[in-house]
Design a protein around this ligand. Sequence first.
Ligand code: THU
Length: 129
Amino acid sequence: MGDSDLIAAARRARECAHADFSSFKVGAALEANDGTVITGCNIENATYGLTVCAERVAMFKALSEGHRTFRRIVVVADTEAPTPPCGACRQILWEFGGDLEVILANLHRETGRHTLSNLFPLPFDKSLL
Ligand code: THU
């Protein structure tokens, strides 16, 4: 799948966001190594702390469907500035996805392109256990 298709998938996923408290809708599209695209959106909760970000929803969906290796993830929010994954998502993406390519976009254009190792230097992971 090309970059623009993956970005379009994340934009569509964003439409499903449950963001009643922040009104900040996020969509993600995670591409597995076999080419499957698994999407996610943020799901907020009245107790706030139980909110799950779009990136983790996508990764947990993918894992629960049997996917184990991944190459990139797109994150879309309706912001001019890039919306990068939060710290919790970086940890989860690193642990299950390794050094993913992370593509950031808004509703109109790409806003950034990074490697996860760049966004998440010196991670704690199973190699340290
Ligand atoms: N959020 C995401 O889903 N992904 C990000 O990369 C940043 C933040 C969500 C969490 C919460 O529902 C809302 O955006 C505001 O923080």
